[in-house]
Design a protein. Structure first.
Length: 185
């Protein structure tokens, strides 16, 4: 999403609701099945241009130490220097550079993903945002879903092990899904 030079009244700011948002990933294990994981600790802001969506922008951050695959031993390995190295790189961030309608009522949102000390341009396919709705406390909310696929090797996440039968223990392609709910304000 591009930075808007319009007047402030032409934009609406939405803050990510971390209690109702999550980021998930899946990756091949032993070339036979997918392992899924998620992150908590999401934060971010969507600046929506009210008349020209291509002038909208989004920034998000994830606390990498919150990785959860349902297995404490695997999570500890993912937090180690073999993978995320959370002591050195505690957060991953995304900052949009372009927003384009995709023709299906959604968007292609391109931006810079910074992960493991490496910044690469990626594109999310975004469904939404939903129509605004009021919650029981008077807040206005919207939601969206976003998906992308990255190569973990592009971000310096190269640890692997060869299998006795051939192949590798951990796949390269990482499928990412983000379900986000935002509060106007």
């Amino acid at each position: 999403m591009a930075t808007s030079t319009s007047t402030p009244s032409a934009t609406t700011t939405w803050k990510l609701d971390p209690a109702h948002s999550h980021a998930e990933f899946k990756i091949k294990h032993m070339m036979i099945s997918n392992v899924k994981g998620s992150f908590n600790g999401l934060s971010g802001t969507l600046t929506e241009h009210t008349t020209d969506s291509t002038l909208s922008s989004v920034e998000a951050s994830i606390d990498v130490a919150t990785v959860n695959t349902g297995d404490a031993q695997r999570d500890a390995h993912l937090k180690s220097a073999d993978f995320f190295d959370v002591e050195k790189y505690p957060t991953m961030t995304f900052k949009s550079t372009s927003v384009k309608p995709n023709g299906d009522g959604g968007y292609k949102v391109t931006g810079d993903l910074n992960l493991h000390g490496v910044s690469k341009q990626i594109t999310f396919n975004v469904d939404g945002p939903s129509a605004p709705g009021k919650d029981p406390w008077g807040n206005t909310r919207i939601g969206l879903s976003a998906t992308t696929k990255i190569s973990r090797k592009d971000f310096g996440l190269t640890w692997n092990a060869a299998l006795e039968t051939g192949g590798i223990l951990v796949g390269d392609d990482v499928h990412i899904t983000v379900e986000a709910e935002f509060i106007k304000g």
